[in-house]
Design a binder for this molecule. Sequence first.
Ligand code: FAD
Ligand code: FES
Length: 512
Amino acid sequence: MSKADSAGSKTPDLTLGVAVDSLADGGTLLGHVGDDDVVLARAGDRVFAVGAHCTHYHGPLAQGLVVGDTLRCPLHHACFSLETGNALRAPALDPIACWRVERRDDRLFVREKMPEPPRASREPAASGEHPSSVVIVGGGAAGLAAADMLRRERYEGPIVMISADDDPPVDRPNLSKDYLAGEAQDDWIPLWPAETYAQRHVDLLLRTRASSIDPDSRTVLLENGSRRDFGALLIATGAEPVRLQIPGAASIPVFYLRSFADSRAIVERARTAKHAVVVGASFIGLEVSAALRTRGVAVDVVAPDRVPLERVMGPEVGRFVQSIHESHGVAFHLGETVTSIAGRTVTLSGGGTVDADFLVIGVGVRPATAIAERAGLALDRGIAVNEFLETSRPGILAAGDVARWPDPHTGERIRVEHWVVAERQGQVAARNMLGRRERFDAVPFFWSQHYDVPINYVGHAESWDEIVVDGDIESRDCVVRYKHKGRVLAVASIYRDSDSLMEEAAMEREPA
Ligand SMILES: Cc1cc2nc3c(=O)[nH]c(=O)nc-3n(C[C@H](O)[C@H](O)[C@H](O)COP(=O)(O)OP(=O)(O)OC[C@H]3O[C@@H](n4cnc5c(N)ncnc54)[C@H](O)[C@@H]3O)c2cc1C
Ligand code: FES
């Protein structure tokens, strides 16, 4: 019996058995068990059978990479335990199913589905090490991943999450991509279903801003005048968009894209608008441009850069990304800024003008350090944390866009603005609040999407002396290595997901 996979090809029925030889060490094989797509994966002498679809965005795990007894997703590098199915590392938060595998002679048979494992990755820490309560300031990537991990690790004390947002934590990368383009529904956006907060006893305070922290009395003060005591505190306040003062800007709608509410507001405006000006050729600016083009809105991008994304990806990839956008009708005004707006007329620094029904500004962010600064925590262009993500005051940790940590791979203290890093830091911070003493040593990873072209990036390179292209950027089939003195610091890739995973695994093995 066979079943068609999503690409339409037949997959073997794994209950009927496959030859042991068909699976090399580190190999994967896609098959099915009844209606379920299942991957067989071999790690040394052990063979595992797990669900074939990543619980993040349904990535094809059969095309992933086996590293030790884990399976990595090719799309955004989530990491699952082959033994238990647990999502060990974000962006997936939920486990994949596991089946029992039996070896008879030279054949492997997949038997019954195993009961869902406890979501914890290990035994709980001794309860004496647990804080009396946890307060998380920030309802974003790091904050939600921390709350999720605390409950997975069987922390039973109270968790309060304080968020200035209107909405519960959302899948923010979607807000500048499919959601903005009209290709994702509203109910795909929340990270947890609404009822999960009550089920997992996470007290989520929305539209609530923390105004200060008193590290001595272990209290967080809220702008509404109330206070929350904490045994342990996680600051996950993220970053705030840099705001531009443009003369005449009050004459048309001007948007910044940070929250679900911002994305909904842009969608609403784009429904009737014909022409938008996007200020900034950053990842967000360009993703917004792509989404607006998908909606049929004409887009002019205005940015001071010579080449979009050059600072992060170099001129070759930057020019390529620019060309994709141009082929979809985006007009670039590079080396320019917006000097003023009068009605629908936007004047540029070069003297030219463009029409706009609205503006979207994406010119970078600053870490939201205000409460940390007022509390006297050590700062370093962000909140300074050690390898355990601890701030300068005991019991107070920081994670995500706001935190600068000692990165073992570059040997530098770095701060990045990547979704996966924020979530993974939230997860490690949660375990450290429970006394694990776990170093944050994940290799930074981010992805970006421009129409049908995904770009994956592993590592961290603020500067380089050589860029080596393997494959062809224009053909959308390449690995681009950013090197310093011969050492690979970071790797960007387009449609080379296996290579990206292998580069990440290699960087994990080789700290500086
Ligand atoms: C539109 C968009 C698309 C993106 N796409 C990608 C992508 O494709 N890939 C990628 O790698 N990265 C992407 N990023 C970056 C990524 O979203 C961030 O790196 C990530 O969200 C950082 O997580 P965080 O938890 O540190 O902060 P955030 O997710 O920003 O969360 C911060 C939270 O803190 C709250 N807060 C701040 N101050 C206070 C206060 N004083 N009191 C109470 N609450 C407070 C905020 O309201 C918010 O809830 C994108 C960012 C945006 C804006
Ligand atoms: S689909 Fe697997 S990590 Fe995103």
